[in-house]
Structures are given as structure tokens and as C-alpha cells.
Design a protein around this ligand. Structure first.
Ligand code: NAD
Length: 297
């Protein structure tokens, strides 16, 4: 699979096609495990009736079905107690058939998400949010990496493999410092030998930093924040943001069309980071399976 050019000239860093490639690889790997009588399993826990969360969960289950990973959905009402949710996580922690546990966020307001995430066994934490996994990432040690930043890295690796360039040594600017996206993203880019600048809501002039970047990862949660004049000619732009516009269509944190005329590569929204996040969740499930059962299986 090769990325194709947009009308503006930049290569379209196609997350949907990349995710499909990843899922094909995972399907092959899972089917050889199934032939040996084994099957990795993912438990997805959804609490409350948030419609967006229900859609995300459905996509995750569907992707499991496609690759042969066993999925179990636990749908709990918003009235579920803290004790009941923690007890369910304990059961899944002890269930040998379950390799990955994903608690769909956000949880209803009566729950402390940090407490719930901390209850998931780190070796089943396929979201990569457990402190042990975040710490491993900071220390450059093996662990489960948060799916969205892991997906961005896969897109960047493929972009540079196709164009013959090298991510190593590039100046990367990450816009956003959340624990789930911006911070792990910055650490992964650092691991890939980039020089990394992290901008956030208190950065006085994010545009000035962005203009100096060879690679921009936009994860600010602000629709079309990154304008064409924020982007250096030939830069590579990955858009993590996702926003529903008034006309019902989706857009990202990047002003896509104008930026396609300036950047060398750009990921679209939709069809960019979103599908990659799901693909990396399944990749993490298989990694968790292998790590728990030893690399031989
Ligand atoms: P968040 O709200 O937790 O964090 C946003 C970060 O951006 C904060 O650190 C904030 O300081 C920074 N920020 C806000 N405005 C800024 C500005 N003007 N300049 C510089 N920095 C600014 O959000 P998040 O969970 O990290 O998600 C970010 C975006 O990515 C959201 O749009 C979210 O929906 C999207 N997202 C997409 C996926 C996916 O799979 N595609 C996954 C996770 C998040």
C-alpha cells in the first residue's frame, strides 16, 4: 500500500488503508494461533449510555470479529456502583481467557477514572494508560503503549518508508499534552530520535513553534487550529483531532485543504488516526497475549 497525493500536492497519509494492512497482518497471526487451539481475547467495558462511546465500542468489537480475536462486551447501566465496576474488573483480571481489558472513557461522573484504570492489571492494560505502562514508556522500557500515539507512529513510519526519508533527527512539534495522547506521543517521538517540542494551552505562541516543525502532531481538540501559515513547506502533519461540524461532517485540528498545499504529507479526518487507534488496540491485545504466555506462543 502506497499513500497517494492529494489535489493540493501533499501525500495523503491514509489511516484507513494503513489500519487495513495492520488488521490483515493481525488476522494472519491470530489464525495461526487459532490453528494451535489458542485465541486472544479482549474485554470491552462500557458504562452508561453515551452514544459516541457506544459507537466506538461497536467499531472495536467489529474489528475483533474481523481479525478473529475473541471479544466480550460488558455493557453496564449508568447506575452501576463503583464496587460493581471494580468487581467486574477484578473478575476480568483473573480470567485467563482475557488478554486485554478496555474500559471505555469517559466514565459517568460518579466514577474516578484514575481509580478504575489503576484497577486493570498492567499486563492487560491494552489502552496503555496504567501508570506502569506510562512509566515504562518514559523509561524507554517495553510495555503497552497508548493506541492513538502508537497509531500515529505507525503512520509516520510508513510515510518515511515510502518517501525514503528518516524520522530520526526531525524536529517534531506535538500540540497537546494530555496523558492519553500528547505526552505519550512526545515520548514515542523522542524514542524515535526526534527533537520534540510540546505545546499546550499555556504556550504563548504555538504557531511560531509549529512553523519550525518538520513533523506536526495536532492533538489540541480545537477544530482547524493549525492553519496553512502554521506549517513549514514540506512538513509532515498528523491530525489527531476529531470534531463534528455544524453541517454534520467531521473535521480535525488541522485546516486540511489549505494545508495540503504546503505540507509534504498530511493525514485526513475522517480516515486518518481514528481507524489506526482501533487497529493498535487489537495489536496491543495480541502483544498482551504473547507477553503473558511467553513469546513462543
Ligand atoms: P484533551 O482535551 O485532553 O487535551 C488537549 C490538549 O491540547 C491539552 O493539553 C491542552 O493544553 C492543549 N491545547 C488546547 N488548546 C490549545 C491551543 N490553542 N494551543 C496549544 N495547545 C492547546 O484532548 P485529548 O484527549 O488529548 O484529545 C485531543 C483531540 O484528539 C480531541 O479532538 C479528541 O477528540 C481527539 N482524539 C482522537 C482520537 C482518535 O482516535 N482519532 C483519540 C483520542 C483523542
Amino acid at each position: 500500500m502506497n499513500f497517494e497525493a492529494t489535489a493540493g500536492g501533499a501525500l495523503r497519509i491514509d489511516g484507513r488503508a494503513t489500519a487495513k494492512d495492520v488488521l490483515v497482518r493481525l488476522t494472519t497471526e491470530v489464525s495461526s494461533l487459532v490453528a494451535e487451539g489458542a485465541r486472544p481475547g479482549l474485554a470491552v467495558v462500557l458504562v452508561g449510555g453515551d452514544p459516541a462511546s457506544a459507537i466506538y465500542v461497536r467499531h472495536k468489537i467489529r474489528a475483533c470479529d474481523r481479525t478473529g480475536i475473541r471479544s466480550v462486551a460488558h455493557v453496564l447501566s449508568a447506575a452501576t456502583t463503583r464496587e460493581a465496576l471494580l468487581a467486574l474488573i477484578d473478575t476480568l483480571n483473573d480470567d485467563d481467557e482475557i488478554d486485554g481489558i478496555l474500559v471505555q472513557l469517559p466514565l459517568p461522573p460518579q466514577f474516578d477514572s484514575d481509580e478504575v484504570i489503576a484497577r486493570v492489571r498492567p499486563d492487560k492494560d491494552v489502552d496503555g494508560f496504567a501508570l506502569r505502562n506510562l512509566g515504562a514508556l518514559a523509561a524507554g522500557r517495553p510495555g503497552l503503549v497508548a493506541c492513538t500515539p502508537a497509531g500515529v507512529m505507525e503512520m509516520l513510519r510508513r510515510y518515511y518508508a515510502q518517501t525514503g526519508g528518516d524520522l530520526s533527527g526531525k524536529h517534531a512539534v506535538v500540540i497537546g499534552r494530555s496523558v492519553t495522547v500528547g505526552k505519550p506521543m512526545a515520548l514515542l517521538l523522542l524514542e524515535a530520535n526526534c527533537t520534540v517540542t510540546v505545546c499546550h494551552s499555556r504556550t504563548p505562541d504555538t504557531a511560531a513553534h509549529s512553523r519550525r516543525a518538520d513533523v506536526i502532531v495536532a492533538a489540541a481538540g480545537r477544530a482547524k487550529l493549525v492553519k496553512a501559515d502554521w506549517v513549514k513547506s514540506g512538513a509532515v502533519v498528523i491530525d489527531v483531532g476529531i470534531h463534528r461540524q455544524e453541517d454534520g461532517t467531521l473535521c480535525g485540528d488541522v485546516d486540511y485543504l489549505p494545508v495540503t498545499h504546503v505540507a509534504a504529507g498530511i493525514s485526513p479526518v475522517p480516515g486518518g488516526v481514528g481507524p489506526m487507534t482501533i487497529a493498535m488496540l487489537l495489536d496491543n491485545t495480541l502483544r498482551a497475549y504473547r507477553a503473558r504466555r511467553g513469546a513462543a506462543s
